[in-house]
Design a protein around this ligand. Structure first.
Ligand SMILES: *Cc1c(COP(=O)(O)O)cnc(C)c1O
Length: 348
């Protein structure tokens, strides 16, 4: 199998001349900037944000490159991972094309496929929530552009077997999108170290989970620099705000705090699993490598409503295929988990 970016790129994107912003035409230091129609006097705030931000976020990418052990040219930054997913559709999928998703999984792949008017082929995960590799490869046709794999998977929490992912990468001529939103909780399982072996691999990560920065909206995509160059061509010119760029540069200096978040989350997760497994109405707790657990109970809707009345909101996955009877519970602080447990103990 040979992968060729030229074969899967949409024709209009191949032909596209990207917008050339003031800040991309002149880079560097100068005395006076009168090129971008900014307000030269300042902002109505204590801090000035009157200047457009770096369109390619080069300083921030250098810092991320160090932490993630990739080259800066292999990084794309988006307004959440969702921006990278949207760019994948807009760059590679025309109306007659399709993508493969493996339910139960993250809902945004389907929503963005629908928004972009791209067909979806569903290949269910197996009973143990592993990939059905043969069925995925059998479902591929000449219009299949993207295959989405989420690992650790949301809402099931399991890591997908590494060899299954490799088999799909090696036998598919389109792009494999590996969503690693929860990878920080899963030890050293990331595929980032495999990037150089797979020109058709796009890895998604985010600052919304382990890093505790969901409110800033920053997602990352890691891929071959040719793919990153396409994202840079298609994206909105100033997609990451100055506030986000400067706060992220500060946050990256505090990685040890994030390591502590991860440790305590895993500790609390295992404690919660041990306690919840003692409850009579709990039928199964699925093994988790993420900051949430999927729990099958005797009556998910009733338990969900009861918890809402106690002021505790979990995610009801009862209507999701293969997750019937399940609630997805995010790991909270020690005190929050304690309150949850007390509420659960009172339920029968
Ligand atoms: C939470 C989550 C994301 C993160 O999305 P952002 O837009 O970066 O906040 C991505 N993928 C999965 C599977 C998720 O659960």
């Amino acid at each position: 199998m040979t992968f060729s970016l030229d074969n899967i790129l949409r024709d209009n994107i191949k032909r596209l001349t990207p917008y050339s912003s003031a800040r991309s035409e002149f880079k560097g230091d100068a005395k006076i900037f009168l090129d971008a129609n900014e307000n030269s006097f300042g902002s109505p705030l204590d801090v000035n944000y009157n200047r457009y931000p770096d369109p390619l976020q080069l300083i921030l990418k250098e810092k991320i490159a160090e932490i993630k052990k990739v080259k800066s040219q292999n990084i794309f930054l988006g307004n959440g991972s969702d921006e990278a997913i949207d760019l994948l559709f807009r760059s590679f999928c025309s109306v007659d094309d399709n993508v493969i998703i493996c339910p139960p999984t993250y809902g945004m792949y389907e929503v963005l496929a629908n928004i972009n008017d791209v067909k979806i082929i569903e290949v269910l995960l197996k009973e143990d929530f592993e990939l059905n590799v043969d069925a995925v490869l059998a479902a591929v046709n000449q219009n299949t552009k993207l295959i989405f794999i989420c690992s650790p998977n949301n809402p099931t929490g399991n890591l997908i077997d590494k060899n299954s992912v490799k088999k799909i990468l090696e036998n598919f001529n389109g792009i494999v999108v590996l969503d690693e939103a929860y990878i920080d909780f899963a030890g050293d399982a990331s595929f980032i170290c495999e990037l150089k072996n797979y020109p058709n691999l796009v890895i998604l990560q985010t600052f919304s989970k382990a890093w505790g920065l969901a409110g800033l909206r920053l997602g990352m995509a890691f891929a071959d620099e040719k793919i990153i160059a396409i994202f840079n061509k298609v994206k909105m010119p100033y997609n990451i705000s100055e506030v986000t760029q400067s706060l992220l540069i500060k946050a990256l200096e505090q990685k040890t705090k994030v390591d502590d978040f991860i440790k305590i989350t895993i500790f609390e997760r295992e404690k919660l699993i041990a306690e919840i497994s003692k409850l009579k109405f709990v039928e199964k707790i699925y093994p988790s490598k993420a900051n949430f657990i999927l729990v099958r109970v005797t009556n998910a809707n009733a338990l969900y409503d009861y918890l809402v009345k106690q002021g505790i909101i979990v995610r009801n996955r009862n209507n999701v295929i293969l997750c019937e009877g399940c609630l997805r519970i995010t790991i909270g602080t020690e005190a929050e988990n304690q309150e949850l447990l007390e509420a659960l103990k009172k339920y029968n």
